[in-house]
Design a protein around this ligand. Structure first.
Ligand SMILES: C[S@@+](CC[C@H](N)C(=O)[O-])C[C@H]1O[C@@H](n2cnc3c(N)ncnc32)[C@H](O)[C@@H]1O
Length: 310
């Protein structure tokens, strides 16, 4: 298994300590601990929450060959925040069945996720090189995209863009794109009731608690709260923020270092954007400067997936 490392484990451990001290934990850390990875896999496999997206990707496999028919030879597939690569493999297996060969580059901050994506691609006889990098860094993004010559098939799925500032993130992805490249990007569609309710689903809560449990915080120490907000920069940009609030004085151990937390103190957890269809299209077309070639709304109405070109 080959993994190119731009973001080291030492970097992540240092950043995690600093993030805990600042009481603000971004998305990257939620896939770092083994317990979190296990809970993410359970969450991602939950048909109630992700069945619609899986169905979209099933439909897109029928279009994979047409999407890449202008690619000569091997098709490089570069997936930003690839996770275990389940969706990417659906597409690559369809391309393989159509007689095309892929070279796969899963990009992720989580070593455990990369190992899963690389091992599964190996099992499917797909040439694979993992890239351990931070996709919130435009420099890391360009490094990852340069793993192969254009045209490339770029993937940004599972509402991964929504865990960052999407206005900045779509520009970082667009900056990596060259003529002939295709990008598959999705966003979660906002629903007044369901969007917040999905964050409150037991599987989603278990996923969040798994990170806190990894530093010794349990539900006896406090509670998880979810807020719904608007991003005033554009109509139709919604976000859910989450935080842990200590109900008593506690002591957290981070990388062997004791960190006391007083009753009432909070730790900000990863946020997630959702959009109206118009706001998602505005992001891709106006902020990213990309052209939408095709759109797929998931059968449960939760995700809108766009196939784009520069
Ligand atoms: C919501 S999951 C989506 C996984 C996959 N794309 C899918 O559709 O199932 C987000 C993925 O992005 C990765 N990730 C989160 N923050 C990251 C960062 N700053 N740099 C690189 N990867 C990151 C996580 O480790 C995780 O695998």
């Amino acid at each position: 298994m080959r993994v190119e490392v731009v973001l080291t484990e030492t970097d992540i451990a240092q950043e995690f300590t600093e993030a805990m001290e600042a009481r603000d934990l971004p998305e990257k850390f939620f896939y770092w601990f083994p317990r979190s990875v296990k809970e993410w896999e359970a969450l991602a496999a939950n048909p109630e929450l992700y069945g619609g997206l899986a169905e979209t990707w099933g439909r897109m496999t029928g279009y994979a060959e047409a999407m890449t028919h202008h690619f000569a030879g091997q098709i490089p597939v570069i997936s930003f925040g690839a996770g275990d690569g389940t969706r990417d493999r659906m597409l690559m297996d369809a391309l393989k069945n159509a007689g095309r060969e892929c070279a796969y580059f899963p990009v992720d901050a989580s070593q455990a996720m990369l190992e899963r994506a690389c091992a599964a691609a190996d099992d499917d006889d797909i040439e694979v090189v993992g890239i351990k990098a931070d996709i919130s860094s435009p420099v890391h993004m360009v490094f990852a995209a340069d793993a192969a010559e254009a045209p490339r098939l770029l993937v940004f799925s599972g509402n991964t863009m929504g865990a960052f500032d999407p206005l900045a993130q779509i520009r970082y992805v667009a900056q990596c794109m060259k003529t002939g490249d295709r990008l598959i990007v999705d966003g979660e569609l906002f629903d007044e009731v369901k969007t917040t309710a999905r964050r409150d689903h037991p599987a989603a809560r278990r996923f969040l608690w798994s990170l806190l449990a990894s530093v010794g915080i349990s539900d006896a120490d406090g509670e998880l709260r979810i807020n719904a907000k608007h991003d005033e920069r554009h109509a139709g940009l919604h976000l859910n923020t989450r935080y842990f609030r200590a109900d008593r004085d506690i002591s957290v151990t981070v990388m062997g270092k004791e960190m006391p937390m007083e009753r009432g103190e909070r730790i900000g957890l990863n946020f997630q954007y959702s959009y109206t269809p118009e706001a998602f299209r505005w992001l891709v077309q106006e902020q990213g400067g990309l052209q939408i070639l095709r759109e797929h709304e998931s059968s449960d109405g939760r995700f809108l997936t766009a196939v784009c070109s520069k």
